[in-house]
Design a protein around this ligand. Structure first.
Ligand SMILES: O=C(O)CCC(=O)N[C@@H](CCC(=O)O)C(=O)O
Ligand SMILES: [Zn+2]
Length: 333
């Protein structure tokens, strides 16, 4: 649950409750065009005459309600910027994703919001999160519409289980080469240890922005899930600095190490209630498996490792039928 009022720093409480009123007032007072096109969504832009000259940056948090670290990180950055609004050098959209789930301290209420960003939603279409995804899609389209070519979408998450790389990101393959280079450099600056190049949407928000709006979109796993207000913010320090630097338009330091590069070998899709995995769902991300090892079975279907080595990411047999229960990846660099 979001802690009782007073127990959380004010900036964090406000962002977790999707209350942008103070921030909006501050940027409006400084002459920006500010709008709240839907609950939990704020856009701050320079007036229309200079629109398109500035990068457009979408920062989303809380797409999974129990991934609270990025909410804290973003709350502090936004609060600091609102005290010196002229320092904002980009057109900015901030999106607090699954507001009800954040309030409940759960990953989602009814179904995973981060599988709704595709036309075919199947059994997910009637769920509580579907309408929220529609609102996010509409606001995202309106935000990117008319902005210049520099478009970013940083969808900030934290992972359920430990990971060989404590921080990593999933990057859609289809991002144009120049924008991808800039994104990967930024991810290095943000202390991200590995990136996974992904050729195919499973309905995620960042893939949607990349595919439909030409954004350098990525899902960034910044560490482990934690309780709102009790996250160890030191694990997010590099990402926080890099995001602050991007929003203020400061030059990149140019000294960051590059993330290791992996690519998706296969999405393991749960086909039926008979689905079982050959290892526990607490298996850490980037655990290597050898050719022929069993990954999962689903009725008569047995999934085995096809390459000499594949690493497992996000193993979770408890997802709904039709959704990704794990990601198998191979080393690409
Ligand atoms: O730790 C986990 O199992 C889930 C962490 C998480 O929410 N990951 C994202 C990744 C999205 C992507 O593939 O771009 C998700 O599963 O939605
Ligand atoms: Zn997540």
């Amino acid at each position: 649950m979001v802690q009782a009022a007073g127990a959380l720093p004010e900036a964090v409480r406000r962002l977790a409750e999707a209350d942008f009123d103070d921030v909006a007032r501050s940027f409006t007072g400084a002459g920006f065009d500010v709008a709240q096109p839907a609950d939990g969504i704020l856009t701050i832009r320079r007036n229309a005459t200079v629109r398109g000259e500035r990068p457009a940056v979408l920062v989303s948090v809380g797409v999974h309600g129990d991934e609270t670290g990025p909410i804290e990180l973003t709350a502090y950055l936004l609060d600091a910027l609102s005290r010196e609004p002229q320092a904002l050098a980009v057109d900015l959209m901030v999106c607090v994703g699954n507001i009800g789930a954040i309030r409940a301290g759960k990953r989602f209420i009814d179904a995973d919001l981060n599988r709704m960003f595709r036309v075919e939603r199947g059994a997910l279409s009637g769920t509580a999160e579907a309408a929220r995804a529609d609102a996010m899609v509409a606001a995202t389209a309106a935000f990117f519409d008319g902005t210049g070519p520099q478009r970013w979408h940083l969808d900030l998450h934290t992972a359920i289980r430990p990971s060989v790389y404590p921080t990593f990101a999933i990057v859609p393959d289809l991002i144009e080469a120049g924008a991808r280079r800039a994104l990967v450099d930024w991810l290095g600056e943000a202390g991200i240890g590995a990136i996974i190049m992904n050729p195919e949407s499973v309905g995620t928000y960042s893939y949607y922005s990349a595919e439909h709006h030409g954004a350098a979109g990525t899902t960034v796993e910044l560490g482990r899930i934690g309780t709102l207000g009790q996250n160890d913010l030191s694990q997010f320090a590099a990402a926080s600095h890099a995001l602050d630097r991007l929003l203020r338009g400061m030059p990149a330091p140019g000294t960051a190490s590059q993330p290791h590069v992996y690519k998706v070998a296969r999405n393991i899709i749960k086909l039926s209630d008979a689905f079982t995995m050959a290892f526990g769902k607490d298996t850490q991300n980037f655990t290597p498996l050898r050719k022929g090892d069993e990954i999962a079975r689903d009725g008569d279907t047995v999934y085995t490792v096809q390459h000499d080595e594949e690493l497992v990411v996000f193993p979770n047999p408890d997802v709904r039928i039709g959704l990704r229960a794990g990601l198998m990846i191979t080393r690409a660099d």
